[in-house]
Design a protein around this ligand. Structure first.
Ligand code: GUN
Length: 280
């Protein structure tokens, strides 16, 4: 029987700490402001953006909302980002992904000032993470580290295996685990004998975007299993990249889907917004 890592409760604890800190700052006349840009009408993105704004409200962070039609030109979007970069009353800028087809996502993300890049996607922040300098860190992997730490799971010296090498999760996840002195292996679609590699993991982080892909045959007895995936199954229920029913009996700790990593992403976005106005 695994310990269930409760992302909902941990994310609430993080948000409450942020709320207390923003109240302190408010008393000194400092307010953090996040500008959220959504282009088009992707329903999932609309839900994400609504949840981000709700979290801002809860945490005492001001949010500005820019909802642009799907046929907005890249030039217009870049112009808006430029204006927000220049505004002193805006501390964080977030462009919700994916952008409509035809827009150059890299160009748009690169246009955000690294000092306001609360998503941690800008090459400057990615570079800072890779050389151990302070900068904004991608929210989902930062949330995974918080889940581990706040569940009392030691990372130092452990065999950490990350399945998935995306720029947003897999790569920054491996950097963060390395920073915590884990021994890190990154697996991907070309990895030979995936089971052999994942089977060595003390801490297994799965972010491959394939529903219920990792079953017990990939997992060592007593491993900690962190599931970053989220999918709507054929039965209409949400599931992760991990086959929970198969893995839970052999893991020592596991994140559920929903209620594991998901809520931490927004909590860490709030953390990044707070750190955009204060050092500690
Ligand atoms: N789309 C899916 N996840 C994310 C995220 O973390 N940030 C942004 N900006 N867009 C996303």
């Amino acid at each position: 029987m695994a310990k269930i890592i409760d992302g909902k409760a941990i994310s609430l604890a993080v948000k409450d700490e942020i709320k207390a800190k923003t109240a302190e700052l408010q008393a000194k006349g400092i307010t953090a402001t996040l500008a959220v840009i959504l282009v088009g009408e992707d329903p999932a993105s609309q839900v994400y953006v609504k949840n981000k704004k709700k979290a801002c409200e809860y945490c005492g962070i001001r949010s500005l909302s820019y909802e642009l039609p799907a046929d907005t030109s890249e030039e217009k979007l870049l112009e808006l980002i430029g204006e927000l970069n220049d505004r002193e009353d805006v501390n964080g800028i977030l462009v919700q992904l994916p952008l409509p087809k035809g827009m150059d996502e890299d160009k748009v993300l690169d246009a955000i000032s690294p000092d306001k890049d609360v998503d941690g996607f800008h090459p400057v922040n990615v570079g800072k993470l890779s050389i151990g300098k302070k900068g904004f860190v991608s929210c989902t992997p930062a949330g995974v580290i918080q889940l581990l730490k706040r569940s009392g799971i030691e990372i130092s010296g452990k065999e950490c295996v990350v399945v998935g090498r995306s720029n947003i999760v897999g790569k920054p996840m491996s950097m963060l685990l390395l920073k915590e002195n884990g021994t890190v292996t990154v697996c991907h679609s070309r990895t030979r004998d995936l089971r052999e590699v994942t089977g060595r993991a003390d801490i297994l982080v799965v972010a491959i975007g394939k529903p219920k892909f990792i079953d017990a045959s990939y997992v060592k007895d007593g491993a900690v299993v962190i599931d970053v995936g989220i999918h709507r199954g054929e039965d209409g229920k949400l599931c992760g990249d991990v086959d929970y029913a198969s893995v839970e009996p052999i893991a020592s700790a596991i994140t559920p889907v929903p209620g594991g990593v998901g809520p931490m992403t927004i909590a860490m976005l709030m953390y990044n917004c707070l750190s955009s106005v204060c050092e500690d």
